[in-house]
Design a protein around this ligand. Structure first.
Ligand code: AMP
Length: 530
């Protein structure tokens, strides 16, 4: 409830809602007066959010996608982990900690948070683009590296403490076992899971019970994650990612699954609350300089390294900046690592406070990083652009180029009209380019993206995206930009029709009602003939 109230307040103050969620966490945490919530329960519920989130990402990912980005994600993530760890270790030397402590501290600063990254990419609709996939691939590699790190840290600790009882051989053995387990998990998923999961889904779909179907989705997402963690020592998030990837291969189950995912967002919010609960705000007063240095490493150091690596691989600036901004924060893995460091007596408790403060500040700053680094737009005019219509007639703007938008676009193309398409997914953009339209890549609800379509001079706007909230934002902004613009919008419920009309749409077409009308029309025509 507090997360909701604070989230609303943050929104009112033009801040990201997640700032409100974090504050809600601090408010119910043990370090502030008043009510104290159950921190371990909050963390467990947040874990469900992480699993469902990664499961959802997996749904949009195929093995092919993963392989396609591996050549940059693997060296990139490893290079970045090494360099970020060195920076963290450097800082910890200044603070007077041991080398091995510095190593753990640096590692903790080197991994990004799954939740923060995925939400950021989703919100800006970059998840399904080339640069979004590189960022996700990078995250997967980081996640795998951390599984190994959790094995290596205790071993390295006992060596560092002069423990002659841990021969290098044993360390190598435990590392090999871990690697074998991870490989085993991937192999099991690709061989068994790939057959069993789609089969299970289709079988369940045929029962005709929606309840059972939704249950199957959650059971597979959480079940595979749990099995991955218990049997193979892989993280929950990675397990869920693979479950999603395997399930997403069949189109039917993917569509249906997305409908069954509303729990995801609610639990992801709890992630931020649970992070807030861990923070002791006193650290800002006690060691402000150390907090600042930690923050600089996370926000500036890590993103600079990521940017350099992506550029070194010959990728464009837009990709490099997206990856850099995505990784300029830390989260769940950092807490686990630093907790381990404290347990093994490698770092003082201050290290945890620094990691937590760094995490919270970097999460709060993350939207700013995106605003600064990621230019959301990418406008191109095709080589074979049709002759522009006379300026007085204005151009047409299409928002969304999927099943609905591409039909309209093809018609307009035949009429030789100038079209600007705003689309978020690479597939849709590809289609629009193929049809000879000018394209703007990104989330149309984002004012800076919408501005690229030059609505003030447009003749007509087709809002063909299915989601009523986003469509509403587009309609509202468009109406403000051009009172004379003709706005046609798509809806899927009576509520959405009313919403869009109130915001200024001239025509709102309710998809389901049109389907019904056509069916009735057909039946009537048959009756008349019969
Ligand atoms: P369909 O439902 O097949 O007509 O597809 C809708 C299309 O709209 C898809 O290609 C989506 O990628 C695209 N889309 C959905 N929401 C947005 C948005 N907010 N901004 C830009 N494109 C969007």
């Amino acid at each position: 409830m507090l997360a909701y109230v604070f989230g609303l307040l943050a929104h009112r103050l033009r801040l990201q809602p997640l700032v409100g969620y974090l504050l809600a966490g601090i408010a119910v945490g043990p370090f502030t007066p008043g009510f104290t919530a159950d921190a371990s329960l909050a963390a467990e519920l947040a874990e469900i959010g992480v699993m469902l989130l990664m499961f959802g990402v997996g749904l949009h990912f195929s093995l092919k996608d993963l392989m396609a980005v591996a050549w940059i994600a693997v060296p990139g993530a490893i290079g970045q982990i090494v360099l970020a760890t060195l920076m963290g270790a450097g800082l910890s030397r200044v603070l007077g900690w041991s080398w091995i402590g510095g190593f753990v501290f640096g590692l903790a600063l080197s991994v990004a948070s799954t939740v923060v990254m995925i939400r950021a990419l989703q919100e800006r609709r970059i998840l399904d683009t080339d640069r979004g996939r590189i960022a996700v691939g990078w995250l997967v590699v980081e996640d795998l590296a951390m599984v190994l790190a959790l094995v290596l840290v205790p071993a390295a600790a006992s060596i560092a403490s002069g423990g002659t009882d841990v021969p290098i051989g044993r360390m190598a053995l435990s590392l090999t076992v871990t690697l074998a387990k991870v490989t085993g998990f991937v192999a099991v998923m690709l061989v068994v899971g790939r057959r069993a999961i789609p089969w299970l889904m289709h079988h369940t779909a045929h029962t005709g019970s929606r309840e059972l179907f939704r249950l199957a989705v959650y059971v597979i997402a959480l079940g595979v994650a749990f099995g991955a963690a218990k049997l193979f020592g892989v993280s929950f998030a990675l397990g869920a990612f693979f479950a999603g990837m395997v399930m997403g291969e069949s189109d039917l189950s993917q569509r249906a699954t997305e409908e069954a995912m509303p729990l995801r967002d609610a639990f992801a919010v709890l992630f931020f609350v649970s992070v807030g609960m861990l923070l002791d705000p006193e650290v800002f007063v006690r060691s402000p300089l150390a907090v600042l240095a930690t923050l600089v490493i996370i926000v500036a150091g890590k993103s600079a390294v990521a940017w350099l690596i992506v550029r070194a691989f010959g990728r464009p600036n837009a990709t490099a900046f997206t990856v850099a901004a995505s990784l300029a924060q830390i989260g769940e893995f950092s807490f686990i690592l630093i907790g381990l460091g404290i347990e093994l007596d490698l770092v003082p408790p201050l290290a945890r406070d620094l990691v937590l403060a760094g995490a919270i500040l970097s999460i709060i700053l993350n939207p700013l990083m995106f605003a600064l680094l990621v230019r959301p737009t990418l406008v191109e005019t095709p080589a074979a652009a049709p002759a522009p219509a006379p300026a007085s007639a204005g151009h047409d703007v299409l928002v969304g180029y999927g099943r609905v938008g591409s039909w309209i676009g093809a018609r307009l193309a035949r009429e030789g009209r100038r079209r600007i398409v705003i689309e978020a997914s690479d597939d849709g953009l590809e289609r629009a380019r193929g049809d000879g339209a000018e394209v703007v890549a990104g989330n149309a609800a984002d004012p800076s993206i919408l501005a690229e379509a030059n609505l003030a001079e447009a003749r007509r706007l087709f809002v063909t995206v299915p989601e009523a909230f986003e469509a509403g934002q587009v309609v509202q902004q468009a109406r403000a930009a051009n009172p004379a613009l003709e706005i046609l919008a798509r809806a899927h419920s009576d509520g959405a029709v009313e919403h869009l009309q109130n915001l200024g749409a001239d025509l709102v077409v309710q998809g389901e009602r049109e389907i019904a009308e056509r069916m009735i029309e057909h039946a009537r025509a048959k009756d008349r003939r019969g």
